[in-house]
Design a protein around this ligand. Structure first.
Ligand code: LLP
Length: 419
């Protein structure tokens, strides 16, 4: 459920008409609903009520400072994957004691920065990384809090690009080696074993894989206990799907499926939700430039493009596209909604049935809060879009549109010796 809705056939973000925003801010732009963000966080949190738990919002999904500040104020921790994300957290005053650091390729600098900040734990993904963290911590005369990220070897049934829990993925420590890794970690003086983590993929619509991952994790915890290795927390990653098109299981059912095999272990449960918190809390607003008809196809050319939202071409993702004003709808047509970028992959929808918009009309691309702005780029020298946060009747520009100067910042125009 979200707070983008029609009132008198005009699309609103909470109490703000999208058309009013577009009268002040040129398109394309992102709009987020603070009320939706708070609600999604609360519903997810309540799903784990009664269990000692910590939500570490996977900020890769949407990492604008104001959004992070909002989540920090709700008590959220953060799942980070780079020193850049760490700096963002620190910039908004997030509690480092609630930060977990994931990812297969952490550099020495990133490890040192995480230890310096005093984060909750580093999720380790390989044997060399385990040793590297120990070395870096040794040089800093610290003990590094670590958890091992286990690859549970299962099929979460999602798009291959966002599936991480199968054995041929680059993520996690193989199940067959995890016990040795823990034994090795225990013998490294500069490491403190804190937990165990896993993350099986994203946009996962079935609950069985979460239960299966939990079962595999629970078995490891049992073996480690026998070996005298005790953990404090289990980090079960993120991955719950959102309803881009079809209904998806609610967080309460997800939590029940996840926790079922873990009941009685007495460990703190960490989750790293990203999409489910922010996905349906954001939209991308774009304006129709042209209606184009070829012999075989109809195209609606809009001013937003794949550089603003790359999900449709990258993951064959479906995003609902709706008119901002539906008082006078055009005739039903089947069209591709495409942007100005010079690639055939630059589309938001293909063969979509929709009321034909006119040039100048506004369209809202829904469910664009997660992996939308954060994956945007300057391809075709297009400035990245502004971001607007709506809270009731208040609107806040939380990021301005990039300028041409932003686009060329850091570039040096050199004069070469020969032409
Ligand atoms: N934890 C880890 C270690 C992750 O790698 C991810 C996502 C998450 C948590 C959050 O997963 P979520 O709850 O958002 O499903 N760009 C793709 C999604 C990439 C997901 C990467 N990892 C997309 O647009 O679908």
């Amino acid at each position: 459920m979200n707070y983008f809705e029609y009132r008198n056939d005009q699309l609103y973000a909470e109490d703000v008409p999208i058309a009013d925003l577009a009268a002040r801010i040129s398109t394309p732009f992102y709009v987020y609903s603070a009320r939706t963000l708070r609600r999604h966080f609360r519903v997810f949190d309540e799903a784990f009520a009664g269990t000692d738990h910590l939500i570490c919002y996977a900020m890769k999904a949407l990492s604008s400072l104001s959004i992070l500040k909002l989540f920090a104020s709700l008590g959220s921790g953060f799942d980070i994957v780079s020193v850049g994300e760490l700096m963002r957290c620190l910039r908004v005053g997030a509690d480092p004691g609630k930060i977990v650091f994931s990812g297969v390729g952490k550099t020495d600098e990133e490890i040192a920065a995480a230890l310096e900040a005093g984060i909750l734990m580093i999720n380790v993904e390989s044997r060399p990384e385990l040793h590297r963290i120990s070395e870096v911590a040794g040089k800093m005369k610290r003990r590094a809090p670590v958890s091992l990220r286990v690859n549970p070897d299962l099929d979460p049934g999602t798009h291959p690009h966002i599936s991480t829990g199968h054995r041929d993925s680059k993520f996690g420590v193989p199940l067959s080696q995890v016990d040795e890794y823990y034994a090795e970690a225990r013998d490294l003086r500069n490491l403190e074993i804190v937990g165990l983590s896993t993350h099986i993929g994203s946009q996962i619509s079935e609950l069985a894989p979460f239960t299966e991952a939990g079962e595999k994790v629970a078995a490891i915890v049992g073996r480690l206990r026998t070996a005298g290795i005790t953990l404090k927390c289990l980090d079960l990653g993120g991955g719950l799907a959102i309803p881009y098109q079809e209904a998806m299981p609610p967080p309460s059912e997800y939590a029940a499926a996840l926790l079922k095999p873990l009941a009685g272990l007495g460990l703190k449960i960490i989750t790293e939700p990203g999409r489910v918190i922010v996905g349906n809390a954001g939209i991308l607003v774009t304006r129709v430039l042209y209606n184009k008809e070829t012999d075989v196809k109809r195209f609606i050319v809009v001013d937003g493009a794949m550089n603003d939202l790359i999900r449709p071409v990258l993951y064959e993702a479906y995003h609902n596209i709706i008119p901002v004003d539906r008082r006078k709808l055009g005739r039903p047509v089947t069209a591709d909604v495409v942007g100005p970028v010079c690639e055939s992959g630059d589309f938001f929808a293909r063969d979509r049935e929709m009321p034909e918009p006119k040039s100048g009309d506004l369209l809202a691309i829904m469910s664009a809060g997660a992996y939308g702005f954060v994956m945007s780029s300057n391809y075709n020298s297009r400035p990245r879009a502004p971001e607007i946060l709506v809270d009731g009747a208040d609107t806040h520009v939380i990021r301005e549109r990039e300028s041409f100067e932003d686009l060329v910042r850091g570039e040096h125009v050199v004069t070469l010796k020969s032409a």
